[in-house]
Each structure stands twice: as structure tokens, then as C-alpha cells.
Design a protein around this ligand. Structure first.
Ligand code: ASP
Ligand code: MG
Length: 435
């Protein structure tokens, strides 16, 4: 069994849904995971926000506009009148459900149910299209097997038991279609795996089924060795290890949700990144093997803030870093890079929503300096082990760029720099000479 996940743009129009259908119609048994059609989840988020604010008229307007967009898709996707009518009725049940909230109160639990509609609809669209073409497929409701526990972590045992039971009950089927992103929580309510979570769904499903491979299909032919927006002629990377891919997933063009690597790594399930626009290209294969040496990829992430805490109290003290980290934990703000000296520590964050509060509290410990509009440049590859001179080569390429922080040695696969965003393009171009 292989698991194929198609992202929002891959199912973003009637044409694209047809394309997906041709890609999956072969003899190989498979489970297909779909995102919502591109843009839908964003609109559903807007609708939910309107409903929270009791802007029911605005919500109702958006719901109707979206309904009409789906009618369009239905009329373009199906040639058979009967199918068209069946699917239109189905679309109506989803949109009548959404409309019902404009007449009633709206709670956080219902927000999750609103967000779930995108994936519920896209999977039905593909399923009915396959039926119309005479291809047998089975629509597998993710809400019957995908589950998170009370800590919002995937409930692997539950997923495995229920998914395998559902597949065994329908063992004659070759093509299963299910929703990415959506799940139930510990209370059995509709919930989700956070934005972009369909990749995570695919990886959890791959693990539960001990799949041969999990394929993530997007519009990009794999992870590239540099940022195509800054550098010309970037290349897809043929092979990456799970650890290298995990370093890269966080950066640049988010073609893979960072959380989706860990389950695949733990269960040793290969993950392949493929493009629906150029299905013949190999894409990127992510496995446990470490292949190739030296620099493999360069990536950048903007919108970073750096915080430096300078404190006499840090000198020869223990427990200082813990106090600093606890503050970030309190504000649920992940730290990405860290560098320390005897008297100061610098950290970076990409979520600055609590920056001011964090800064105010840190000032109890010492002087605090904040730099915004920073970029992390991450160089990924197989370093350190026995290589001499790689770090020097990399640093040499950065010689004309003012560097605010450097992180090396955290893993064998990563050297990161923090620089001003205005220097990003120059840094990426200069580092590209390493290939
Ligand atoms: N539809 C969801 C989102 O837009 C999940 C996904 O596409 O992966 O975040
Ligand atoms: Mg995505």
C-alpha cells in the first residue's frame, strides 16, 4: 500500500482534480489523502472569525459566494447530469450546515467543524469523479480513525486499530480516499492537525499502515537546493535523510509540514515529494540513509526576531538559561536558534505575538536588545563527521555579509546564520557557489 497526499493547489480546480484522477488510476493499491481546494480553508477561517464577532451577514455572504464557486467546479468536473445533481445536493448539505451557524450562537468547537468542510468536500468531489469514470474508489471518513489525545498529540494506537479495521472491512477496494487535516480530539469532537496538517495526516496514515511509501504531491518537484525566488536554476535534491529533511522543512517554500517527518522517521517509512505539474520528475526521496557529502541545500526564513539578554547574573551561574526558557514556554513561543557567551544569550523566535510581554519580563534579568526583520539562513548537509574545512568554506562565502548569530554543531546537518533580511538575497547567491 502506498499513501499519496495531494495539496490544495493540486485539487484547486476541476481541471486539477481530473489530473489527480489520472495520476492515481493504476493497479497499485493506494490510500489518497486530500487537502481542501486551495483557498477554501482560508475562507472558512474568515467565516469562522465573522461568526465569532457576530458579523452574521458578512459570514452568510461569504458562505454563499463559496457555495457558488463549488457549483462552478461541479458543473466543470462532471459530464453526467445525474452525478452533477447528486454532488450539488451534497455541496448544499455542507453549505446549509455552514449557514446554520449564522442563525445560532457560535463556539470554539463549532469553529473546528466549520474548518473541516473543505476536506470533506474535496474528497467527495474526487470520489464522485472517479465513480463517473467507472473507477471504483472508497471514501474513508478520517473522522472515524484520525484522532489526537488530550495533549493534542496523535493517538497512534487508536489510528492504527481503526484505520486497519476500516481497510480490512473493505479489503476488495484498491483506491481509498480520505481527508487530510481533520481528526477527532480526546472528547470525540471534530478537531484538526493545525494549518497545513494534511501532510501530517499522510505521514500518520503511512505509519499506521506500515506503507511502502508516503508521497506528498504539490506543485514543486521536490525540495530545492536553494530558494528559487532568490537564485536562478535551483535544483531539486534527489535524496535527503529524515534529519536533513526535518531541518529544511521548517524553511522557505513550505512544501512539507515540519511535523510530518518525525512519525515517518520513527517508523522508517520513505517519504517522496512529487509534483503534479511534472509527475515524470523524480522529486525528492527522504529515507533514513545519509547519501552524499558536503552542502546539500540552502534555505532561508524571514520574519525572525532576535532577542539578546545580557546579564551579569549569567556569569558562572546555573539555572539562568532555565529561567529564560521558562518564560518562552509560558508564552508558548518556540525558540529556533540559540547562541551563548559567558555573559549573554541570544535567541530567535518567529512568532512575535508575545514579544513585548516576553521582553518586559526578561528585563528583570538584565539588559534586553531586540532586533526585528531578521532572516535565518540555514545550510544543510552532512558536515562535522570527518570533514575538515566545510565550515570555513561556508563562512568564507558569508564574508561580505554582516552576521548577527551563527549556530554550528547543534546537529551534524546544519549551520545557521542570522542576518538582516535586507542581506538575504546576497547571502543565498553567494552560498550558492558552494554547489
Ligand atoms: N486545508 C488545510 C489548510 O489549508 C490543511 C492542508 O492543506 O494541509 O491548512
Ligand atoms: Mg500544505
Amino acid at each position: 500500500m502506498i499513501v499519496l497526499k495531494f495539496g490544495g493547489t493540486s485539487v484547486g480546480s476541476a481541471e486539477r482534480i481530473k489530473k489527480v484522477a489520472t495520476l492515481i488510476c493504476n493497479d497499485q493499491p493506494k490510500l489518497v489523502v486530500l487537502s481542501a481546494m486551495s483557498g477554501t480553508t482560508n475562507i472558512l477561517v474568515d467565516i469562522a472569525n465573522n461568526l465569532f464577532k457576530k458579523e452574521n451577514e458578512e459570514a452568510s455572504k461569504k458562505i454563499n459566494e463559496l457555495r457558488l464557486q463549488y457549483y462552478e467546479v461541479v458543473s466543470k468536473l462532471y459530464s453526467n447530469r445525474e452525478t452533477r445533481e447528486t454532488v450539488k445536493e451534497l455541496i448544499d448539505t455542507h453549505f446549509d450546515f455552514l449557514q446554520s451557524f449564522t442563525q445560532d450562537s457560535f463556539t470554539i468547537h463549532e469553529e473546528k467543524a466549520v474548518l473541516a468542510q473543505g476536506e470533506l468536500i474535496s474528497t467527495s468531489l474526487l470520489h464522485y469523479y472517479l465513480q463517473e469514470r467507472g473507477v471504483n474508489s472508497f471514501l474513508l471518513p478520517a473522522l472515524q480513525f484520525m484522532r489526537i489525545d488530550k495533549d493534542l498529540e496523535p493517538d497512534h494506537y487508536y489510528i492504527k486499530e481503526n484505520l486497519n479495521r476500516l481497510l480490512n472491512d473493505n479489503s476488495m477496494q484498491q483506491i481509498f480516499i480520505t481527508q487530510g487535516f481533520i481528526c477527532r480530539n480526546a472528547f470525540g469532537e471534530i478537531d484538526n492537525l493545525k494549518r497545513g496538517g494534511s501532510d501530517y495526516s499522510a505521514s500518520l496514515i503511512g505509519v499506521a499502515l506500515e506503507a511502502e511509501e508516503v508521497q506528498i504531491w504539490t506543485d514543486i518537484d521536490g525540495m530545492h537546493n536553494n530558494d528559487p525566488r532568490a537564485v536562478e536554476k535551483t535544483q531539486p535534491i534527489k535524496k535527503l535523510s529524515f534529519d536533513e529533511a526535518a531541518e529544511l522543512a521548517y524553511f522557505g517554500a513550505k512544501i512539507l509540514h515540519p511535523s510530518s517527518i518525525l512519525p515517518a522517521k520513527q517508523a522508517n517509512i520513505p517519504v517522496r515529494l512529487k509534483s503534479t505539474l511534472s509527475p515524470e520528475s523524480e522529486g525528492t526521496l527522504i529515507t533514513a540513509d545519509l547519501v552524499g557529502e558536503g552542502v546539500k541545500a540552502i534555505a532561508a526564513k524571514d520574519g525572525i526576531s532576535a532577542i539578546k539578554i545580557n546579564s551579569g547574573r549569567m556569569l558562572l551561574a546555573y539555572g539562568f538559561l532555565r529561567k529564560v526558557f521558562e518564560l518562552f514556554e509560558l508564552y508558548k513561543t518556540p525558540i529556533d536558534m540559540i547562541t551563548t557567551s559567558e555573559v549573554a544569550v541570544s535567541v530567535t523566535i518567529d512568532d512575535s505575538s508575545h514579544l513585548h510581554k516576553i521582553q518586559a519580563e526578561l528585563e528583570k534579568y538584565g539588559t534586553v536588545e531586540v532586533d526585528i526583520d531578521q532572516t535565518i539562513i540555514c545550510v544543510v548537509g552532512d558536515f562535522i563527521k570527518n570533514e575538515k574545512g566545510i565550515a570555513a568554506d561556508i563562512l568564507n562565502k558569508m564574508r561580505d555579509i554582516p552576521i548577527r548569530m551563527i549556530s554550528y554543531g547543534g546537529s551534524n546537518h546544519n549551520i545557521s546564520f542570522l542576518i538582516n533580511t535586507t542581506d538575504k538575497v546576497n547571502a543565498l547567491r553567494s552560498l550558492n557557489e558552494l554547489f
